[in-house]
Ligand binder design. Structure first.
Ligand code: GLN
Length: 485
C-alpha cells in the first residue's frame, strides 16, 4: 500500500479496496518496524491515528469526504498540535503539549480529514542542514544510514522516503524543505511567502519562514499543498488571494516554456557528478518543449551572508519568549529572576540555537545594527530585484538544490560555516519570498540528486506542472531505498 500515490489511495478508499484504518495500521506497522534505525519520528500518535482513521472511514461512508480524507500524513514537530507534544526538537519544549492546532493542522486533519501518524524529527528550532542538532538525536538517510537526510526537515523526508508516511509537512526558512527533499530523493515545495498560514508554526525567522510539503511526486505534493494553502486571518502576513487549482493544471504541456539557468548556480562548488544529472534533466525538459535561456542572478553570492544576519536577528527576537517563566523548560533551584532566565535558556537550548541567538543579538545591538542588519536588508532587496529582472525574461529558474549528494553523519558538525554553505542555492528564494521546489533528477552511486525550480510569486501551479511533466517522462521519483521497499 505504501507504494501507491495519494490519488490511488484516495481512489482505493472510495472503491473500498481498503479502509483508512487498514491503511493507517499499515503505516504504523512500518514505523514500528523501521523507525528504530531512522529516528524520523519524535512522537508516534498510534492510538489517536487509528481513532481518526475510523472517523475518516465513517465520513467516507457518509459521502461527504474530501479527496484526502483517510489518507495518513506526518507533521513536522514545528507545527502545534492540540493535546500532542510539540517539541521543535528542543529540550526547551520537551514537555510542551500544544494548547491549540496550527492552521495547517486544522486544515489538513480536521477540514480535509487526513490522519496524523505522528510528529517528525527535525533540527532544533529548524536550525540546521543535517538534522543533527535535534535534542532527540540525528535522523539517518534511508538511502544510506551512515549519511544525513538533510535538514531541518530531516525527519519528514526520511519518513516519506522510507515509506513511513505517504507525505509530510515541512517548513523552509532557508532551504529546509528543498535541501532535505534533494538529499532523500523526494519532491518538496516551499510556496510563496504568505500562501500558507504560519499560525501555530513555531517561529524561527518570521520574514523567511514558510510551510510546505514533502512527498514522493509533484502530484502527491499538489494534493497536500492545495489543502494547506489559503488566507488565514490569524496570520497577519497571510495573503488574501484565492488559491489556484494546483491539481487541474498538472497535465498541461510545457511546450514553449522559458527556463532560465542562472550562470552563478552552475559555477564552481557544484559537484561534477550532480551537474551531469542536472544537465540530463535539462535535456529531458527540452525534449518536452521547454526553451533554455542563460540568465544571471548577480547578487546570489551574497545570499548566504545576508541570510546569516537576517535569520539569526529574527531568531534572537522570536526565541526571547522562552524565558523559563511562561512555558517550556524551567531550571530548578534558582534564586533570582536573572538566574532563572540564564539557566533555563542555557539548559534548554542546544549549541546551534545558542550560537544563532548570540549572532542575532550582536547584529541587532546598538552600534552594529546599521553595519549588519540594515545592510543585510538592503542586499536582500538586491537579491529580490535579480529575480524580478529574471522573471521578465523567463517563466522559471532552474538550478541545483544542493552542491552534492548527502554527506556523512558527523562530517560537518564541527564546522558551522561548511554547514551553512549547504543552503547556497536555496536561500535566495526565501529572501525574495518566491516559491521554489526540489525534485529528484537521478542518482550518483545510489544517492539522490536534487533539481531546483524557482518561480515568480504565486506560480506554485506552474512549478508543480513542470515537475509533474518531468516525472511523467522519467521514473526517478518512483525509486525507493532497497531496505524499505
Ligand atoms: N539550514 C538553514 C539554517 O540552518 C535553513 C534552515 C531552514 O530552512 N529552516 O538556517
Amino acid at each position: 500500500m505504501h507504494t501507491l500515490s495519494i490519488k490511488e489511495m484516495s481512489e482505493g478508499l472510495r472503491a473500498k479496496k481498503f479502509s483508512s484504518r487498514e491503511l493507517t495500521a499499515h503505516y504504523l506497522a512500518r514505523i514500528e518496524r523501521h523507525d528504530g534505525a531512522l529516528n524520523s519520528y519524535i512522537t508516534v500518535t498510534a492510538e489517536r491515528a487509528l481513532k481518526h482513521a475510523e472517523a475518516a472511514d465513517a465520513r467516507l461512508e457518509r459521502g461527504d469526504a474530501h479527496t484526502l480524507t483517510g489518507i495518513p500524513l506526518a507533521q513536522k514537530d514545528i507545527f502545534c498540535t492540540l493535546g500532542v507534544k510539540t517539541s521543535c526538537a528542543s529540550k526547551m519544549l520537551d514537555s510542551f503539549i500544544a494548547p491549540y492546532d496550527a492552521t495547517i493542522v486544522q486544515k489538513l486533519h480536521h477540514d480535509a480529514g487526513m490522519v496524523m501518524l505522528g510528529k517528525c524529527n527535525m533540527d532544533e528550532f529548524a536550525m540546521g542542514s543535517s538534522n543533527e542538532t535535534s535534542f532527540y538525536g540525528p535522523v539517518k538517510n534511508p538511502w544510506d544510514t551512515t549519511r544525513v537526510p538533510g535538514g531541518s526537515s530531516g525527519g519528514s523526508v526520511a519518513a516519506v522516503a522510507a515509506g513511513l508516511a505517504p507525505a509530510a509537512t515541512a517548513s523552509d526558512t532557508g532551504g529546509s524543505i528543498r535541501q532535505p527533499a534533494a538529499l532523500c530523493g523526494l519532491t518538496g515545495i516551499k510556496p510563496t511567502y504568505g500562501r500558507v498560514s504560519r499560525y501555530g508554526m513555531i517561529a524561527f525567522a518570521s520574514s523567511l519562514d514558510q510551510a510546505g510539503v514533502v512527498a514522493r511526486s509533484a502530484e502527491d505534493a499538489a494534493h497536500v499543498l492545495q489543502a494547506m494553502s489559503g488566507f488565514d486571518p490569524l496570520d497577519s502576513t497571510s495573503i488574501e488571494r484565492p488559491v489556484d487549482d494546483l491539481v487541474a493544471g498538472l497535465g498541461a504541456s510545457i511546450k514553449g516554456l522559458k527556463i532560465g539557468l542562472p550562470k552563478e548556480y552552475f559555477a564552481e562548488g557544484l559537484a561534477a557528478s550532480s551537474r551531469e544529472k542536472i544537465d540530463a534533466a535539462i535535456k529531458t525538459l527540452q525534449s518536452l518543449g521547454a526553451e533554455i535561456v542563460e540568465i544571471s542572478l548577480p547578487n546570489s553570492p551574497l545570499s548566504v551572508p545576508t541570510y546569516y544576519v537576517v535569520a539569526p536577528a529574527e531568531a534572537s527576537s522570536n526565541l526571547a519568549r522562552f524565558d523559563g517563566v511562561r512555558y517550556g523548560h524551567r531550571a530548578e533551584g534558582v534564586k533570582t529572576l536573572e538566574e532563572l532566565y540564564k539557566r533555563s535558556r542555557g539548559e534548554g537550548f542546544g549549541a546551534e540555537v545558542q550560537r544563532r541567538i548570540m549572532v542575532g543579538t550582536y547584529v541587532l545591538s546598538h552600534g552594529y545594527y546599521d553595519a549588519y542588519y540594515l545592510q543585510a536588508q538592503k542586499v536582500r532587496k538586491l537579491i529580490y530585484e535579480d529575480f524580478k529582472r529574471a522573471f521578465e525574461r523567463v517563466d522559471l529558474v532552474l538550478g541545483p538544490t544542493a552542491t552534492d549528494v548527502a554527506f556523512g553523519l558527523g562530517s560537518k558538525t564541527d564546522d558551522p560555516v561548511a554547514m551553512y554553505l549547504n543552503d547556497i542555492y536555496t536561500i535566495a528564494a526565501n529572501l525574495a519570498g518566491i516559491p521554489a521546489m526540489s525534485l529528484n533528477c537521478g542518482f550518483v552511486e545510489g544517492l539522490p540528486v536534487g533539481l531546483q525550480l524557482m518561480g515568480n510569486y504565486f506560480s506554485e501551479a506552474r512549478l508543480l506542472n513542470v515537475a509533474h511533466q518531468f516525472q511523467q517522462a522519467t521514473d526517478f521519483h518512483k525509486q525507493m531505498p532497497k531496505a524499505y521497499v
